[in-house]
Design a binder for this molecule. Structure first.
Ligand SMILES: [Zn+2]
Length: 148
């Protein structure tokens, strides 16, 4: 049978003894009410609101990091990330490298992140958990040989 869509469908759906079925039906209706939150793909408006809030949270994280409240910065960063995961949205481009992939720390180069340039790559180490991220960088082109 199709899923109940109205209260009456629902009562029929659960059929047994009349009184019992009504209480079962109201139980189900209540549970459906609780579960009204959307599942699956998000609407465009939801995504827009989420990315706006993520940007705000990352701004707050930056601000807290600037004033030295590392814990708060990590918390804001974590919230931004959680939002992104719920709504399937990536962090805004400039912010992507700001959170440690492993421990979620809000990374500030020179403070809790080490940046080292190696031939052909940049290595960034989170000083909280020690996780490194390597990023390929373009090699400098070899010097032009002088025509002889
Ligand atoms: Zn880390």
């Amino acid at each position: 049978m199709a899923r109940p869509s109205s209260r009456i469908d629902c009562i029929e759906y659960c059929a047994p003894a009349p009184e019992q079925s009504i209480s079962i039906a109201t139980d189900i209706m209540e549970r459906m009410g609780e579960r009204r939150q959307r599942r699956g793909r998000r609407t465009r408006e939801m995504a827009a609101i989420a990315s706006e809030r993520m940007a705000i949270l990352m701004q707050l994280a930056a601000e807290s990091a600037r004033t030295g409240d590392t814990e708060l910065a990590d918390r804001y960063g974590g919230l931004a990330r959680a939002l992104g995961m719920r709504y399937n949205i990536r962090l805004p481009p400039g912010m992507r490298g700001r959170l440690c992939r492993s421990c979620g720390a809000y990374l500030v180069p020179g403070r809790n992140m080490r940046v080292r340039l190696r031939p052909g790559r940049t290595v960034r180490t989170c000083l909280k958990c020690g996780k490194t991220r390597r990023r390929l960088t373009r090699r400098a082109s070899p010097p032009l040989s002088r025509p002889s």
